[in-house]
Design a protein around this ligand. Sequence first.
Ligand code: ZN
Length: 130
Amino acid sequence: MKQIIYYCDRCKQKIDHLPYKLIVDCETEGGFSAELDDYTEQRAAEIESIDFCPKCLHQALELIDPVKTEEEPEAEPEPEQPKRRKLDMGKIKALHNNGWPPKEIAADMGVDPNSIHQALYRLRKAGEIA
Ligand SMILES: [Zn+2]
């Protein structure tokens, strides 16, 4: 009886059962596979042809950090943006009524001036301020 023996392409060790594969895929928003560009497609084919032993697969997976689940959308780095917090509309209204310019209200509350402009716009639309 013939038995196919697989060897890990990375560490050249014999694989006990079947080799592991890394599959490169690019999914679009609709859940369909997008076409890869030529270079990526070539690299994907190379990667998919590699037989991994469990140890090398785990090492490869450890390179992917943080580990992303399918549910989690890719987080965009926004280090410049201040933390989103709920604005104290009452305070904005009070300061505005005391004649504070939006820039000073923003500085006092530690938020982006645009947030104050938006808050004032909402208050004005709601008829809360003149
Ligand atoms: Zn290996």
